[in-house]
Write a protein that binds this ligand. Sequence first.
Ligand SMILES: *[C@@H]1O[C@H](CO)[C@@H](O)[C@H](O)[C@H]1NC(C)=O
Ligand SMILES: *[C@@H]1O[C@H](CO)[C@@H](O)[C@H](O)[C@H]1NC(C)=O
Ligand SMILES: *[C@@H]1O[C@H](CO)[C@@H](O)[C@H](O)[C@H]1NC(C)=O
Ligand SMILES: *[C@@H]1O[C@H](CO)[C@@H](O)[C@H](O)[C@H]1NC(C)=O
Ligand SMILES: *[C@@H]1O[C@H](CO)[C@@H](O)[C@H](O)[C@H]1NC(C)=O
Length: 628
Amino acid sequence: MASDFEHWVLSTLLLTTFICLAQSAENYTFPNDPEYFNEEGAQRLLNRVNDVYWASATVYRQYADDTLSPEILMREKLRPFYETMQKFDWRNFVDPLLRRQFEVILRGAKYPPIDYKFKRATNTLKNMSRKKWVCNKNELTNCQMAFVHQIKSVFTNSDDLDELKYYWKEWRNKMPTDVKEALHYYISYYKNLSTADMAPSAFWYDQYEDPDLLYELENLMKAIRPFYREMHAHLRNVLRHKYGNDVIPPTGLIPHHLLEQVTYQAWKKETVLKNPFPQRKLPNLQTELDGVGLKPFDLVNISVQFFSSMGFRNFTEEFMSEHFIEMEPGTGGPDCKSRIFDFGEIELHYCPRVYYKKLLQTHADITAVQYAIAKNNFRVGLNQEACPGFGAALGEAVILSVSNPKHLQQRLGLLQNYEYDDILNLNRLYRMAAHTLLTLPTYFVHEKLWVDIIDGKVPPEHYNCHYWNLMQKYMGVEPPLQTDPGVYDMPYKFYEGIVDQHRSTKKIFDEFLGYQIYRVICLNIGEFERRNAYKPLDNCDFYGNKFAGKFLYDMMSSGSSKPWREVIKPLTWIHATNMTATAFLEYFEPLNTWISDDNINKNLRVGWMPIDKCKLGIVPPNATTVVY
Ligand SMILES: *[C@@H]1O[C@H](CO)[C@@H](O)[C@H](O)[C@H]1NC(C)=O
Ligand SMILES: *[C@@H]1O[C@H](CO)[C@@H](O)[C@H](O)[C@H]1NC(C)=O
Ligand SMILES: *[C@@H]1O[C@H](CO)[C@@H](O)[C@H](O)[C@H]1NC(C)=O
Ligand SMILES: *[C@@H]1O[C@H](CO)[C@@H](O)[C@H](O)[C@H]1NC(C)=O
Ligand SMILES: *[C@@H]1O[C@H](CO)[C@@H](O)[C@H](O)[C@H]1NC(C)=O
């Protein structure tokens, strides 16, 4: 408790320091005279805003405490200017970039000033997965288990169903009240923002410039649904074989703890999953990497080279040694997360360890660095990413190019003893899908639940049954057990997913858009040809291709000078402004075909039977117990 309290005092102090420092930099007066409120006056004002912004960006780097996102802190920083800015007739400015700058910056004006409560709720939600409140099943007096990583590790490694169910239920039943309070704080925060013509979800989608973004996300879910259903039938069969007929209910729904286990085991060697061709072993990429003997900085250097090969400007040795900093061993948490400061001066603090996932992640980090450099050519407001998740989508596209067998073999000298034929490749796609295809609808369920809640479409007593109705509809999943009355059953990702840095929207957005960007580049550089078995979408490499570099650079260098829908126009020849699932489906096409055929051969039923859990809730408690 004491350390928690100290943490609060400390971080509140830092926040105050941060805000004061920034404000002292400003100390401006703007003439109240109407003649100043023209475009020239606006330029002058924005010069000041720009100065404050850059000064604050540097301060931010020194005082960042990880609770609030840089976006929110910078929004706070510009607050003293909002009132003056709103006095301009900026919508009628002649200069389109100036107009856009006002538009983007003034989005921040709609939010109330951040306070201690906001900060506390944000921290609770962000950190709840690491809070320890569950007692060890074999030692009930030891209650030091957090979801990440203790319980997650049980899910990843145990095949004792009683143990899995115990932790599934205990983590939910024992959830501290401050988590629920933080959730309700956030709900009320968004509800309070709404106005007569803007629903709370319109604020939630503010930065996407589309109050109805959820419809578009829903369409993406519809597009992947046939593939998902085949995968679901396949997994249900695998789980039945592993755990016996009686673990899968007759409705065909998969109990949630089992699906979670599958997701956590997607990259594991020993797993409930069964590769399409088990006799063909996938390579152990860690052993491969160890064989090459790389150091942590080499991962950075390799990623930098990747961009240079595509024609991006080379970083000088000085730039690399000054701006890329190796973190102390043991920092960055169990995932060894790197940190990137892309506001103001760029700094990458990278993980001091070498493993395959880090190799890929570092490519995404350098993508973020390149994006930051490209958009820092702009002034405040226009130098943001096109929308949340846009930078991650660029990173995703790069990862798809780096992680395929062609790149790993030809450019990195890995997998020299493997022949990557169609069969081995199906195994690879299967593991990728076990992860991606299952997590996308999960994020969507969290997103939709959240939007339905803040828009008041579900009464609070139905939050939980609505969650299960969505899980059932989009995922074919049901609760393994009934938790105590009043308990919410959502996993930690739901709670994290309502905090802006980790929002679920971003995850859905960056996956689909990432595949789209990857696909269009592959098509244009001739590495992918439709209906040509020698040029499949899943084995295309951008390395060394100047067109690929230019294409990425062009998307990066528009910053937020135009809406993301404009930025994605080059992705399709019809200049569509919507995301599509086509690229994602095309990538996994061989696997989708294989699974569908296999399901037919095994005579498996595809799909499940829905039961409305909220309607059930209305009948007396005795009657509901029969269903489970
Ligand atoms: C998150 O929770 C863990 C475990 O209680 C704690 O050690 C850590 O300091 C917390 N982090 C923040 C930012 O509060
Ligand atoms: C929302 O408004 C209500 C009523 O004014 C207030 O009690 C509540 O504290 C507000 N919630 C937040 C998060 O500011
Ligand atoms: C495409 O985006 C528009 C908004 O620009 C939206 O109204 C429409 O529903 C979207 N269409 C699809 C198929 O997602
Ligand atoms: C980065 O890689 C290049 C080319 O592989 C090499 O010449 C250079 O020495 C490396 N730099 C460092 C600091 O290791
Ligand atoms: C970057 O450096 C490499 C040599 O390491 C060179 O071949 C290439 O032309 C340089 N690229 C640019 C854009 O200067």
